[in-house]
Design a protein around this ligand. Structure first.
Ligand SMILES: O=C(O)c1ccccc1NCC(=O)[C@H](O)[C@H](O)COP(=O)(O)O
Length: 196
């Protein structure tokens, strides 16, 4: 069964939803340009409420390495997701500090990434725009799939691309906030894939 990452959680109630459905990972967005962006203090409160067994992934675009390291050292995030150029010095620096890194990639540059995990995502992350799953080449390494996944299409996406994990944000929202019903259906869809 693919692992599941619920991304863009920003309210305490979003964390209550996650605690109930038990995803493998949750993501909090620190990209300042995002409407989902949280501050360090907000993220700390989310971490305190989140089940200790679930790692919190910090999602970053241009944030300097030093700021990311501060969030890790404070115990607020346990993993890092980077969106940006494939040759990103932050990847090796974080890994040298034993911090797992997930890097957003395209099918073309996936093999160039040194990250622990690659995330096949849309060029506009967090936009809800789907990738054309049947038209893209499957990366030649285990990968997470993102980009416009929803409770309705995730089964098909998994069957076509066989990802090691799936990552969703927009598809579990209604009017820009996380929707518990959609989260439940998404989780059930992924967990039932092999039974179909
Ligand atoms: O969510 C954002 O606004 C965001 C902004 C900048 C970089 C990354 C961002 N989100 C990353 C994610 O939420 C997921 O990794 C993925 O892109 C999910 O996208 P989608 O399900 O299409 O909303």
């Amino acid at each position: 069964m693919p692992r599941i990452k619920l991304c863009g959680l920003r309210r305490l109630v979003d964390i209550d939803y996650a605690n109930q459905v038990q995803p493998d990972l949750v993501g909090v967005v620190f990209a300042p340009e995002s409407f989902r962006a949280v501050t360090g203090d907000q993220a700390q409160r989310l971490r305190q409420r989140l089940d200790a067994k679930i790692p919190m992934v910090g999602v970053f675009t241009t944030t300097p390495l030093a700021r990311i390291m501060t969030l890790v050292q404070a115990g607020i995030i346990q993993q890092v997701q980077l969106h940006g150029p494939i040759n990103d010095d932050r990847v090796t620096a974080l890994q040298a500090a034993k911090i797992p890194v997930m890097q957003a990639v395209t099918p073309v540059n996936a093999t160039q990434s040194q990250a622990n995990t690659v995330l096949l995502d849309n060029v506009n992350p967090g936009s809800g725009q789907p990738l054309a799953w049947s038209a893209i080449a499957r990366p030649k390494r285990p990968f997470f799939l993102a980009g416009g996944l929803t409770p309705d299409n995730v089964t098909n996406a998994i069957q076509v691309l066989q990802p090691a994990g799936v990552d969703v944000s927009s598809g579990i929202e209604t009017a820009g906030v996380k929707d518990f019903k959609k989260i439940q259906v998404f989780m059930r869809s992924v967990r039932n894939v092999n039974n179909n």
